[in-house]
Design a protein around this ligand. Sequence first.
Ligand code: ADP
Ligand code: ADP
Length: 228
Amino acid sequence: MERIAVNGVSKVYATRDRPVVALQDICFTIEAGQFVAVVGPSGCGKSTLLKILIGLVKASRGEARLNGTAVAGPRRDIGVVFQSPVLFPWRTVLENILLPVDVLRLGRNALKTRAMDLLTLVGLQGFEHRYPHELSGGMQQRAAMVRALIHDPAILFMDEPFGALDAMTREQMNMQLQHIWLERKETVLFITHSIPEAVFLADRVLVMTPRPGQIVDDVVVELGRPRA
Ligand code: ADP
Ligand code: ADP
Protein backbone atom coordinates (compact mmCIF):
# COMPACT_ATOMS: atom_id res chain seq x y z
CA MET A 1 0.00 0.00 0.00
CA GLU A 2 1.17 3.53 -0.80
CA ARG A 3 1.73 5.53 2.36
CA ILE A 4 2.98 8.66 0.61
CA ALA A 5 2.15 9.75 -2.94
CA VAL A 6 3.50 13.04 -4.26
CA ASN A 7 2.33 13.98 -7.73
CA GLY A 8 3.73 16.99 -9.60
CA VAL A 9 4.23 19.13 -6.50
CA SER A 10 5.73 22.58 -6.98
CA LYS A 11 6.13 25.37 -4.47
CA VAL A 12 6.82 28.99 -5.29
CA TYR A 13 7.33 31.38 -2.37
CA ALA A 14 6.33 34.97 -3.08
CA THR A 15 9.04 37.24 -1.69
CA ARG A 16 9.52 41.01 -1.84
CA ASP A 17 11.91 41.02 -4.78
CA ARG A 18 11.21 37.90 -6.82
CA PRO A 19 9.43 34.55 -6.52
CA VAL A 20 11.54 31.67 -5.16
CA VAL A 21 10.90 28.27 -6.77
CA ALA A 22 11.53 26.03 -3.75
CA LEU A 23 10.21 22.84 -5.38
CA GLN A 24 9.62 22.00 -9.01
CA ASP A 25 7.51 19.08 -10.17
CA ILE A 26 8.26 16.61 -7.37
CA CYS A 27 6.92 13.09 -7.97
CA PHE A 28 7.46 9.97 -5.88
CA THR A 29 5.61 7.31 -3.94
CA ILE A 30 6.60 5.50 -0.75
CA GLU A 31 5.26 2.06 0.15
CA ALA A 32 4.29 0.95 3.64
CA GLY A 33 7.28 -0.07 5.73
CA GLN A 34 9.91 1.73 3.67
CA PHE A 35 12.56 3.86 5.38
CA VAL A 36 13.30 6.64 2.91
CA ALA A 37 15.86 9.40 3.36
CA VAL A 38 15.67 12.71 1.50
CA VAL A 39 19.15 14.14 1.13
CA GLY A 40 20.46 17.33 -0.44
CA PRO A 41 22.27 20.58 0.33
CA SER A 42 20.79 23.45 2.30
CA GLY A 43 18.15 25.29 0.28
CA CYS A 44 17.16 22.39 -2.00
CA GLY A 45 13.64 22.34 -0.60
CA LYS A 46 13.76 19.45 1.90
CA SER A 47 11.97 21.36 4.65
CA THR A 48 9.43 22.76 2.22
CA LEU A 49 8.65 19.24 1.02
CA LEU A 50 8.20 18.03 4.59
CA LYS A 51 6.03 21.01 5.50
CA ILE A 52 3.78 20.30 2.51
CA LEU A 53 3.48 16.64 3.54
CA ILE A 54 2.53 17.45 7.13
CA GLY A 55 0.13 20.20 6.10
CA LEU A 56 2.06 23.26 7.31
CA VAL A 57 2.64 24.68 3.82
CA LYS A 58 0.32 24.54 0.82
CA ALA A 59 1.73 23.34 -2.51
CA SER A 60 1.48 25.84 -5.40
CA ARG A 61 0.75 22.99 -7.81
CA GLY A 62 0.26 19.24 -7.68
CA GLU A 63 -0.98 17.02 -4.91
CA ALA A 64 0.35 15.11 -1.93
CA ARG A 65 -1.57 12.17 -0.45
CA LEU A 66 -0.92 10.26 2.76
CA ASN A 67 -2.55 6.89 3.31
CA GLY A 68 -4.73 7.53 0.26
CA THR A 69 -6.17 10.88 1.33
CA ALA A 70 -5.09 14.39 0.36
CA VAL A 71 -3.04 16.28 2.93
CA ALA A 72 -5.27 18.82 4.63
CA GLY A 73 -4.03 20.27 7.88
CA PRO A 74 -2.92 18.27 10.92
CA ARG A 75 -3.79 14.58 11.05
CA ARG A 76 -3.55 11.77 13.54
CA ASP A 77 -2.00 9.07 11.35
CA ILE A 78 1.43 10.75 11.29
CA GLY A 79 4.18 11.51 13.79
CA VAL A 80 6.76 14.28 13.36
CA VAL A 81 10.19 14.82 14.90
CA PHE A 82 11.83 18.20 14.32
CA GLN A 83 15.45 19.30 14.68
CA SER A 84 14.91 20.58 18.22
CA PRO A 85 12.97 18.36 20.60
CA VAL A 86 10.26 20.94 21.56
CA LEU A 87 9.41 19.42 24.95
CA PHE A 88 7.38 21.45 27.43
CA PRO A 89 9.75 22.33 30.30
CA TRP A 90 7.08 22.26 33.01
CA ARG A 91 5.92 18.74 32.11
CA THR A 92 7.76 15.51 32.96
CA VAL A 93 9.06 13.25 30.19
CA LEU A 94 6.03 10.98 30.55
CA GLU A 95 3.58 13.91 30.57
CA ASN A 96 5.24 15.28 27.42
CA ILE A 97 4.91 11.90 25.74
CA LEU A 98 1.26 11.55 26.70
CA LEU A 99 0.41 15.00 25.30
CA PRO A 100 -0.79 13.68 21.89
CA VAL A 101 -2.81 11.06 23.77
CA ASP A 102 -4.78 13.84 25.46
CA VAL A 103 -5.03 15.96 22.32
CA LEU A 104 -6.32 13.01 20.28
CA ARG A 105 -8.53 11.83 23.18
CA LEU A 106 -7.05 8.34 23.22
CA GLY A 107 -7.15 6.04 26.24
CA ARG A 108 -4.49 7.20 28.71
CA ASN A 109 -4.04 3.94 30.62
CA ALA A 110 -3.35 1.68 27.64
CA LEU A 111 -0.98 4.21 26.15
CA LYS A 112 0.88 4.67 29.41
CA THR A 113 2.02 1.05 29.11
CA ARG A 114 2.98 1.70 25.52
CA ALA A 115 4.88 4.84 26.56
CA MET A 116 6.88 2.83 29.09
CA ASP A 117 7.64 0.15 26.48
CA LEU A 118 8.85 2.76 24.01
CA LEU A 119 10.91 4.54 26.70
CA THR A 120 12.61 1.24 27.46
CA LEU A 121 13.22 0.67 23.76
CA VAL A 122 15.15 3.98 23.52
CA GLY A 123 16.96 3.48 26.84
CA LEU A 124 15.01 6.07 28.84
CA GLN A 125 13.48 3.75 31.42
CA GLY A 126 13.71 5.39 34.84
CA PHE A 127 13.59 8.91 33.37
CA GLU A 128 9.80 9.12 32.89
CA HIS A 129 9.29 11.40 35.89
CA ARG A 130 12.24 13.68 35.16
CA TYR A 131 11.88 17.10 33.58
CA PRO A 132 13.37 17.89 30.15
CA HIS A 133 16.16 20.10 31.57
CA GLU A 134 17.43 17.10 33.56
CA LEU A 135 18.09 15.21 30.30
CA SER A 136 20.89 15.58 27.74
CA GLY A 137 20.05 16.83 24.22
CA GLY A 138 20.16 13.29 22.85
CA MET A 139 17.87 11.99 25.58
CA GLN A 140 15.41 14.84 24.95
CA GLN A 141 15.36 13.98 21.26
CA ARG A 142 14.71 10.31 22.11
CA ALA A 143 11.79 11.42 24.29
CA ALA A 144 10.50 13.49 21.35
CA MET A 145 10.82 10.37 19.18
CA VAL A 146 8.73 8.37 21.65
CA ARG A 147 6.12 11.15 21.67
CA ALA A 148 5.96 11.04 17.85
CA LEU A 149 5.36 7.27 18.01
CA ILE A 150 2.96 7.08 20.95
CA HIS A 151 -0.27 7.08 18.90
CA ASP A 152 1.11 4.41 16.53
CA PRO A 153 1.26 6.61 13.42
CA ALA A 154 1.31 5.05 9.96
CA ILE A 155 4.09 7.43 8.91
CA LEU A 156 6.95 8.94 10.89
CA PHE A 157 8.42 12.18 9.52
CA MET A 158 11.82 13.33 10.75
CA ASP A 159 13.42 16.66 9.76
CA GLU A 160 17.15 16.68 10.57
CA PRO A 161 16.27 15.16 13.95
CA PHE A 162 19.88 14.80 15.08
CA GLY A 163 21.24 17.93 13.39
CA ALA A 164 21.70 19.83 16.65
CA LEU A 165 23.55 16.99 18.43
CA ASP A 166 27.29 16.40 18.68
CA ALA A 167 28.86 13.76 16.43
CA MET A 168 29.08 11.05 19.08
CA THR A 169 25.47 11.47 20.24
CA ARG A 170 24.34 11.64 16.63
CA GLU A 171 25.99 8.29 15.96
CA GLN A 172 24.28 6.77 19.00
CA MET A 173 20.92 8.19 17.93
CA ASN A 174 21.31 6.66 14.48
CA MET A 175 21.88 3.26 16.09
CA GLN A 176 18.84 3.78 18.35
CA LEU A 177 16.63 4.79 15.46
CA GLN A 178 17.74 1.79 13.43
CA HIS A 179 16.95 -0.39 16.42
CA ILE A 180 13.43 1.09 16.76
CA TRP A 181 12.83 0.77 13.05
CA LEU A 182 13.87 -2.89 12.95
CA GLU A 183 11.49 -3.51 15.83
CA ARG A 184 8.48 -1.65 14.43
CA LYS A 185 8.90 -1.34 10.65
CA GLU A 186 7.24 2.07 10.44
CA THR A 187 7.09 3.99 7.20
CA VAL A 188 9.70 6.69 7.74
CA LEU A 189 10.58 9.82 5.76
CA PHE A 190 13.88 11.10 7.11
CA ILE A 191 15.35 14.43 6.03
CA THR A 192 19.08 14.99 6.31
CA HIS A 193 21.92 16.82 4.57
CA SER A 194 24.28 13.97 5.51
CA ILE A 195 24.76 11.31 2.83
CA PRO A 196 26.46 8.84 5.24
CA GLU A 197 23.52 9.18 7.64
CA ALA A 198 21.03 8.65 4.80
CA VAL A 199 22.83 5.57 3.53
CA PHE A 200 23.24 4.12 7.02
CA LEU A 201 19.58 4.45 7.95
CA ALA A 202 17.48 4.23 4.82
CA ASP A 203 16.70 1.50 2.35
CA ARG A 204 16.02 4.13 -0.27
CA VAL A 205 17.46 7.62 -0.78
CA LEU A 206 15.88 10.48 -2.71
CA VAL A 207 18.54 12.98 -3.77
CA MET A 208 17.58 16.64 -4.25
CA THR A 209 19.35 19.62 -5.80
CA PRO A 210 18.51 23.32 -5.36
CA ARG A 211 17.47 26.14 -7.72
CA PRO A 212 14.94 24.85 -8.42
CA GLY A 213 14.40 22.13 -5.84
CA GLN A 214 14.13 18.84 -7.72
CA ILE A 215 14.61 15.14 -7.13
CA VAL A 216 17.54 14.12 -9.30
CA ASP A 217 18.08 10.57 -8.06
CA ASP A 218 16.14 7.78 -6.38
CA VAL A 219 18.51 5.11 -5.09
CA VAL A 220 17.93 1.76 -3.42
CA VAL A 221 20.49 1.15 -0.69
CA GLU A 222 21.78 -2.42 -0.84
CA LEU A 223 24.39 -2.24 1.92
CA GLY A 224 24.77 -0.53 5.24
CA ARG A 225 21.99 -2.00 7.30
CA PRO A 226 21.67 -5.47 8.78
CA ARG A 227 18.32 -6.85 7.67
CA ALA A 228 16.10 -8.38 10.33
P1 ADP B 1 16.16 23.01 2.81
O1 ADP B 1 15.27 22.49 3.88
O2 ADP B 1 16.63 21.95 1.86
O3 ADP B 1 17.29 23.82 3.35
P2 ADP B 1 14.00 24.86 2.26
O4 ADP B 1 12.78 24.11 1.93
O5 ADP B 1 14.14 25.41 3.63
O6 ADP B 1 15.26 23.96 1.89
O7 ADP B 1 14.14 26.07 1.24
C1 ADP B 1 14.08 25.92 -0.18
C2 ADP B 1 14.18 27.28 -0.83
O8 ADP B 1 13.01 28.04 -0.52
C3 ADP B 1 15.34 28.13 -0.32
O9 ADP B 1 15.79 28.92 -1.40
C4 ADP B 1 14.72 29.00 0.75
O10 ADP B 1 15.43 30.20 0.93
C5 ADP B 1 13.34 29.23 0.19
N1 ADP B 1 12.33 29.42 1.25
C6 ADP B 1 12.01 28.56 2.24
N2 ADP B 1 11.02 29.04 3.00
C7 ADP B 1 10.69 30.24 2.48
C8 ADP B 1 9.73 31.23 2.82
N3 ADP B 1 8.90 31.09 3.84
N4 ADP B 1 9.67 32.35 2.04
C9 ADP B 1 10.50 32.48 1.00
N5 ADP B 1 11.42 31.59 0.62
C10 ADP B 1 11.52 30.48 1.34
P1 ADP C 1 15.98 24.78 7.66
O1 ADP C 1 16.69 24.50 6.35
O2 ADP C 1 16.81 24.44 8.85
O3 ADP C 1 14.60 24.20 7.70
P2 ADP C 1 15.39 27.32 6.57
O4 ADP C 1 16.63 27.76 5.88
O5 ADP C 1 14.35 26.66 5.72
O6 ADP C 1 15.79 26.36 7.77
O7 ADP C 1 14.75 28.60 7.24
C1 ADP C 1 14.06 28.64 8.50
C2 ADP C 1 12.79 29.44 8.35
O8 ADP C 1 12.96 30.62 7.55
C3 ADP C 1 11.72 28.62 7.67
O9 ADP C 1 10.51 28.74 8.39
C4 ADP C 1 11.57 29.19 6.29
O10 ADP C 1 10.21 29.14 5.90
C5 ADP C 1 12.07 30.62 6.45
N1 ADP C 1 12.82 31.06 5.25
C6 ADP C 1 13.84 30.41 4.66
N2 ADP C 1 14.28 31.08 3.59
C7 ADP C 1 13.50 32.19 3.49
C8 ADP C 1 13.46 33.29 2.60
N3 ADP C 1 14.29 33.38 1.54
N4 ADP C 1 12.54 34.24 2.81
C9 ADP C 1 11.70 34.15 3.83
N5 ADP C 1 11.69 33.14 4.73
C10 ADP C 1 12.57 32.18 4.56
